[in-house]
Ligand binder design. Structure first.
Ligand code: CA
Length: 242
């Protein structure tokens, strides 16, 4: 069955354009042009993904997302015209899986949709089991860093959850290691940027948010936990032992 995608976008031309492209790719498309209708459809329909504009009439996209998350975990990609890091971070905190800034290339949106749809295939038992039995600490090699069932072993450069490998890029691995080494200490974006990318890195500090987003999508979203916490205006932290 074709994945069902809800497009929430009040700009008619944009909505129509995305609809045509997604239909062409074989997706089943539904549309909503305001926040209230979007929330109703998101709650009543069986959807695989929602593309959610932030600036919407009635209810804004972030509010739609917050209310939706109280009921359902349907994956959401935010569409934002605003190039505001805060918006994106609040969106990701509120449970969006990804965001894309308008204007975007349709190929990029399609690629992100394919990634987001992969999360559908995670069996719900995996997440529930992880929550239920999280009390037992993971078996870990000597010197490894642990958090609940997650084990990061620097020597073998492996990260596992309950023995299953989690595939991380070098920078994602480094970022996770730094956060685990500094447990309960809030690290600023600048500190993380220096440690992960090096002092000579020239670029945007929001690259840190991007790595956090990747880690959350590979760990939190898959195993139903909240590992890396955002401390508003301060940075990121991993607290306690889950
Ligand atoms: Ca809009």
């Amino acid at each position: 069955m074709a994945p069902r995608i809800l497009i929430v976008e009040d700009e008619e031309k944009m909505a129509r354009f995305i609809e045509l492209e997604l239909s062409h790719e074989g997706y089943e498309v539904l549309k909503a042009a305001d926040g209230r209708t979007a929330l109703e459809r998101a709650l009543s329909e069986d959807l695989d993904l929602i593309l959610l504009d932030i600036m919407l009439p009635e209810l804004n996209g972030l509010e739609v997302l917050r209310r939706l998350r109280a009921e359902k975990q349907t994956p959401v990609i935010l569409l934002t015209a605003r190039d505001s890091v805060m918006d994106k971070v609040s969106g990701l905190d509120a449970g969006a899986i990804d965001y894309i800034t308008k204007p975007f290339a349709i190929e990029e949106l399609l690629a992100r949709i394919r990634v987001a749809l992969k999360f559908r295939s995670v069996p719900p038992q995996a997440a529930q089991g992880a929550e239920k039995e999280s009390a037992g600490a993971a078996k870990a090699p000597k010197g490894a860093l642990c958090w609940g069932r997650l084990v990061l072993d620097d020597k073998s450069r492996r990260v596992t959850w309950d023995g299953r490998d989690i595939d991380l890029t070098n920078r994602e691995f480094l970022m996770l290691r730094i956060l685990l080494e500094n447990r309960d200490i809030v690290l600023s974006r600048d500190t993380l940027l220096d440690r992960v990318c090096g002092y000579d890195y020239i670029g945007e500090t929001n690259i840190v948010d991007v790595y956090v987003r990747h880690l959350r999508s590979k760990i939190d979203e898959v195993y139903g936990v909240r590992m890396i916490q955002t401390v508003r205006g301060a940075g990121y932290v991993i607290r306690g032992d889950q």
